[in-house]
Ligand binder design. Structure first.
Ligand code: HAM
Length: 461
């Protein structure tokens, strides 16, 4: 049997519904923040990531999927979304668009040759958003607030926002020197890669996966102590905007991020839910003012964020967040003979076009087996099509919950189902009763002021 590749996942069944739901929430959220969708290629010239993400990062040196195509071009499967967005921004001259800044979001697969474990895959799906063309600290705060709001909209409560600042170029240079001075006497105790990193890019020693438990790291200099006045003021302004937006955060001077393009604000959002394990960072991002220029575009200040969808789905599951996912069908059509089957085909078509979720029998099961299938699918109603009823232009429809049966004219079937299902006269079997106790205020007004019937998360503030 051919098996899937290590670190890759098949997303199907309920999990696929959760992923789809997350995608919908992302689209709705991004609309509110006025970001437009951008889709860039999954593979790009290898050089883009070397120059963009950084020659000495793990992502480029150890984790990238590189290959040569049939034309001898050096190609890399994208390990992250930012470099491709920046390439597209420059190539399509989006900087010339009068509508500035450019606010875009993406949601797609990325590839990193990592050691697979829970929450760490080789094929991962990332949602990301980028603001290109603004240096305003408000845009840093907006990105952080959008990330937090995404998690909140999905119903996650156990999250923690950690922020830090790497400062501008001169602050970063001062910090670099301090790191070299600090690590030089201890560097023999570090891995070979770190020994190389010392002069090339000492910041990368701080997020080395091999030396992460080395005691020397604990007392390493902190970025905040090397910020110049301008960088410190800027970081304070970001915090002021976060306070205004009522976004809770903590300053974590240990955040440096594993990609080279950052300066000023960097942040990570953790899931604090039990069982999440060590890969508990739901998403991260920061400001990257130099990247557009580094990739041959004009000086353009930018800020962005990305979040792994797999980790997000896992956090939702571990927090047992109730999601409004449709798992039940409205009606299952049962039949025995060929004429009834043809009628099932006709009726299924009509009712689906009218908006109902309808299924029927495709595997030759008898009536008993069909009833079992209807139960498995959580059918709200079942309808045994029999020739006698059909000749009388009637159907007998059974409420699968109350077990009540009614024989109605076929002409009114759509209205009947509409009234019973869409007017909320039938309970979803899987749903608990609404936790807000019918109190519209506690529903947060999410449902046009109506009690949601158990569909929302009822954030208990
Ligand atoms: P990153 O921290 O490398 O940042 O990745 C962002 C998120 O992608 C992580 O927090 C995690 O949720 C998810 N992720 C990363 N690697 C894996 C993996 N191997 N398996 C599962 N999930 C993973 C970036 O990629 C930056 N481009 C973010 C950014 C956008 N900065 C500015 N703009």
């Amino acid at each position: 049997m051919i098996q899937r590749q290590k670190g890759c996942n098949d997303i199907y069944g309920r999990n696929a519904k959760v992923w789809k739901y997350i995608d919908q929430v992302i689209d709705a959220l991004m609309e509110k923040y006025n970001y437009t969708y951008i889709r860039t290629p999954i593979f790009e010239a290898t050089e883009l990531f070397h120059r963009g993400v950084g020659e000495t990062t793990d992502i480029v040196t150890k984790e990238s999927y590189d290959f040569e195509d049939k034309g001898g071009r050096k190609i890399t499967l994208r390990p992250e979304g930012t470099a491709g967005v920046v390439r597209a921004y420059i190539e399509n001259k989006m900087y010339g668009d009068p509508n500035q800044p450019v606010k875009v979001y993406y949601n797609g697969t990325m590839y990193r040759y990592e050691r697979p474990q829970s929450g760490r895959d080789r094929e991962l799906t990332q949602f990301g958003m980028e603001i290109l063309g603004s240096d305003d600290p408000l845009s840093d705060a907006e990105i952080i607030s959008a990330a937090v709001n995404l998690y909140k909209m999905l119903g996650l409560k156990e999250i923690k926002v950690n922020i830090n600042s790497l400062g501008d170029a001169s602050s970063r240079e001062a910090y670099r020197k301090a790191l070299i001075d600090y690590f030089t006497p201890h560097i023999q105790d570090f891995c070979e890669d770190c020994q190389e990193r010392l002069q090339k890019n000492p910041l990368r020693i701080l997020d080395c996966k091999v030396d992460k438990d080395n005691e020397v790291l604990k007392n390493a200099p902190k970025t905040l102590d090397y910020l110049n006045e301008e960088s410190r003021d800027r970081f304070e302004m970001v915090q002021n905007f976060l306070d205004i937006m009522q976004i809770e955060y903590e300053i974590d001077p240990n955040i440096v991020r594993g990609l080279d393009y950052y300066n000023h604000t960097v942040f990570e959002i953790e899931a604090k839910v039990e069982g999440f394990g060590s890969n508990n960072v739901l998403g991260g991002g920061g400001r990257y003012n130099g990247l557009v220029n580094q990739l041959d575009g004009p000086e353009t200040p930018c800020v962005g964020f990305a979040s792994g969808i797999g980790r997000l789905a896992m956090a939702l599951e571990l927090e047992k967040v109730k999601l409004p996912i449709v798992e039940d069908i409205d009606l299952f059509l049962l039949y025995v003979n060929d004429d009834e089957k043809k009628y099932a085909a006709y009726l299924a078509q009509e009712l689906r076009l009218a908006g109902f979720i309808v299924d029927t029998e495709y595997t030759g099961r008898g009536l008993k087996g069909q009833f079992k299938q209807a139960d498995r699918l959580g059918a709200k109603f079942t309808c045994v099509l029999n020739s006698e009823d059909l000749n009388n232009n009637e159907v007998t429809i059974k409420n699968n919950h109350t077990k009540e049966e009614e024989t109605i004219s076929l002409d009114v079937l759509i209205y009947y189902l509409d009234e019973k299902i869409n007017a909320g006269m039938v309970e979803d079997f899987e749903e608990d009763s609404c936790q807000c106790g019918g109190n519209d205020d506690e529903c947060g007004g999410h449902h046009n002021g109506k009690c949601c019937g158990g569909h929302c998360h009822h954030e208990e503030e």
